[in-house]
Design a protein around this ligand. Sequence first.
Ligand code: CA
Length: 228
Amino acid sequence: MIKQLFTMALAAGITAPVFAGEPERIDFDINAGKITPTEDFMIMVSVLGSAITSGGEDVPVTVQLKIGNKVVNPWGDFGDANAADVNDPYAPTRNYIVNELFEVADGSDPADTEVTVTGRSWWEGEVHIEANSHEQSEQVKILRDGDTVPGVKGLDDQADVLHFIKPYIDFDTNRITLDENQAIYLFEIGTTDINSSAADFQDLVVLVTFGKTKRDFFKYTAREALYD
Ligand SMILES: [Ca+2]
């Protein structure tokens, strides 16, 4: 898959500082819930799933993406629990491409391009728990290629986190298998007691994918992604 990206970039006439044999990818670091790309990038965010209930009722969930100071609300107003709710365990993956190239110049401030995701759960019209992947990082796990698959079980009759990330698991090794330009955020926004059995870390499951151009996202979306 890495080779395919390289070929596509060449086909588009894009010159990139890639040496023969070096895999095409967007390098990034993960630190305390922040993903910091170390080269120019575009980003696609995808909701792989969401499952959170209280007393048998679905709890609304809203999502926000931040790239540095830029705030993106891919699926509607972050503050509108009705219009922007993504809690539907049966919904297909929602993809959203941010239509902007973020530049990472030598010496630029990493804070300008740090990527974090915030999830909110709602109850009776009020925010129940809000968790930003950096500021409340204990509420959010980040997975990348090669990580061990979390064995957390879903609360009550909810599906396990494994269900939502199944396409990204190598069951022979029990490891996460992602392209190197991807990472998955697992949100617990039902309880702040993350050691309790209620903490099932699939209240919101978000995949971020980095690319050099929009074309790089096509192989993940079959072109059905939304654009801003
Ligand atoms: Ca849950």
